[in-house]
Design a protein around this ligand. Sequence first.
Ligand code: ZN
Length: 503
Amino acid sequence: MARPTFDKLCAHARETALLQSVAELLGWDERTKMPPAAGPYRAEQITYLSSLAHRRHTDPQLGDWLDELAASDLASDPHSDAGATIRQMRREYEKLTKLPQTLVEELTRASVLGQQAWVEARKNDDFATFAPILERIVNLKRQQAEAIGYADCPYDALLDDFEPGETTKNVAGVLEGLRSELVPLVAAIAESSRKPNLDILKRRYPIDAQESFGKQAATAIGFEFNRGRLDVTHHPFCAGMGPDDCRLTTRYDERFFPSGFFSILHEAGHGIYDQGLRSDQYGLPPGTYVSLGIHESQSRMWENMVGRSVAFWRHFFPLAQQAFPKALGDTQVEDFCFAVNDVRPSLIRVEADEATYNLHIIIRFELEQALINDGLAIKDLPAAWNQKYRDYLDIEPPTDADGVLQDVHWSAALIGYFPTYALGNLYAAQFYAQAAKDVGPLDEQFERGEFASLLGWLREKIHRQGQCYSARELVETVTGQPLSHDWLIAYLREKYTSYYDLS
Ligand code: ZN
């Protein structure tokens, strides 16, 4: 009885995915190849496709099918492919249909105006001109939270857009644990007399050689270039636009090696997750990534835990010396590794190292809660921002442009997004420790240029699960423990104790 309805539901979802994959392709083109004058018409093309997709997501027919299926045998095992499909689609449908159409439209408009105002305000270091539209956005996000509903605080409803099923209270508890150990660790590193020679990274690294070396590394860790590409953009991203079409992007700086190379590893990590999802479930929840935090755990693991390890460079450094003989010919692998693992408090999140990055995120997470839950006034936001930078990183932002105005997220109405970056680091460390337990010493394999056993482990435990488990369930199922900051702190402490001679 239920099977024909389930088949109709899946066909509907696959057709929506087809539509969205076309929009993705247009979006990728916009950020990599499109001539500048094509912008306005491209915006119309993408808006048109998104409105068609939104109409399909809220099609009342879906609601009828999902009601019927929720009571059927197909939904009895929530972790089966059919059970997960029904559960996740019902969750999305109920959430989207709770949002009034006028609120959706106002949020879209405010985010377009917000981003335009932000570009100008940042350029002119003028928070006051950005404040009115930010105030409007925060009010609309509060309305969104009220419309959707929440158990504990309004921020719960916003966080759920990016990390489904996670709660503010749980994330706050884990990040507070992380903060309390990270602040003294970063302070101890700042006081260490040992410092890397960063000039190594600022020699001349020809762009052609960077591209081929980056592709060589991405291929070695498992990215499949017959199902993907690598192109150049301003703000690197990874976009999937079909079961066998994943686009990586990076940006190169001839005078700063890490910029291009670690962006490639990071985006390849996202791409490897995308390529590891089950093609036969494309467009359905079992073939879709589970949360932004889990997505980020995959990029961070390959970029940092693998890509900044000495073991990785024992294999790749001789190849890097061949690719960049003038820059690296007389450099020792140990000095190079210390340079790419440099830690120091800095103002700008996107340029931050692996340790202080989390403090940048915690600051934003705390301020977002203050804005949404506690009524922090927009006019008081810059001072609150600067105070937290003094408290956690012991630095003073000299301008709002390099302070509260540095990120695009709030101007684009993305509130609740930031914590997923830190969650990614936490998940990555917890998964990585478990992988090492399950498949044996990873370092020895990396030194031989072998990454297949870590990749295979990730494929089986994470990628192929799609949305059959929530992020929280996945962590507990895979590692046997709830999410904790212990693994990340242990990993960072071990790494930096040797580099910085900490006691
Ligand atoms: Zn990422």
